[in-house]
Design a protein around this ligand. Sequence first.
Ligand SMILES: C[S@@+](CC[C@H](N)C(=O)[O-])C[C@H]1O[C@@H](n2cnc3c(N)ncnc32)[C@H](O)[C@@H]1O
Length: 282
Amino acid sequence: MGRKTRDSQYLRSARHFQARHRRPKSRVRFQGLEPVKILNLGCGTKVSPHPDVVNIDWSILLRIRSNFLLRAVAPILLNGDRLRRFNSLPNNLMVHDLSRGIPFPANSVDVVYHSHVLEHLDRGIAKEFVAECARVLRPGGIIRIAVPDYERYCRTYLEHVELCAVDGGHATIADHDALFEPLLKMSVLREAHGTSTQRPLRRFIENLLLGDARKRGETHQWMYDRFNLSWLLQSCGFIQPAVRTFDTSNIPDWLNLRLDCDDAGDEYKPESLYMEAVKVSM
Ligand SMILES: C[S@@+](CC[C@H](N)C(=O)[O-])C[C@H]1O[C@@H](n2cnc3c(N)ncnc32)[C@H](O)[C@@H]1O
């Protein structure tokens, strides 16, 4: 698709979203649009209620939430934890399949954020996705990425290998096998996590209708550390890649966005590597 056609299509999606979610204050304007400041891509249920954030995902919960009829029958379709998470979703949500691009025009947003999404994409697609983030960011805009920190997993694993070697594996062997889990489990997962905990009939229907873990984008396709993530960002035209912590950022008012912390202000996913970079100014 040509860039012009894609931009006008994305402009329509962005207008549609903004017509539904009017915000009190405006900052940057793009072709008469109210500003969209921060995109939270692949948000899942870790959404920010902050009015400057657009939370985007294609998950079944968000699809039900944004459909008038499905929303009415949600208590029948969902149960337990899913219903609780569904009920806590705010309104600033956009349902979109990100493999079709990011539904905003070029140079139109201030910040692109995604957490634990990149590792779910095929390597080739991951690069296209980061390049797509660069397209929608304004020059000087910030990308912030959180991924499981492969270096941390490997270090923990190797430290444990040393421990096992010292005591012959006797006291430590039970923990040792569990250490493979963060490294491997998500790559070999067959059944989607949410579905695997359901009753047999619901489980059968969900697997039939929604497909396995890979089809639903739940498996890990690659892993990142501070080096290959930094290279990926630079190969997509970003500059100044820098490791951050969950509570440090160059994004203004970061902690109030509640993206890498929980409601109590604690780190949401402590296994993460956080990296920020800047879109080069023209
Ligand atoms: C591991 S979850 C991370 C959710 C959240 N960002 C967090 O940190 O808890 C990955 C999310 O990416 C979303 N996702 C994967 N592929 C996607 C796609 N093509 N379009 C939109 N969302 C996608 C999934 O629906 C899922 O909610």
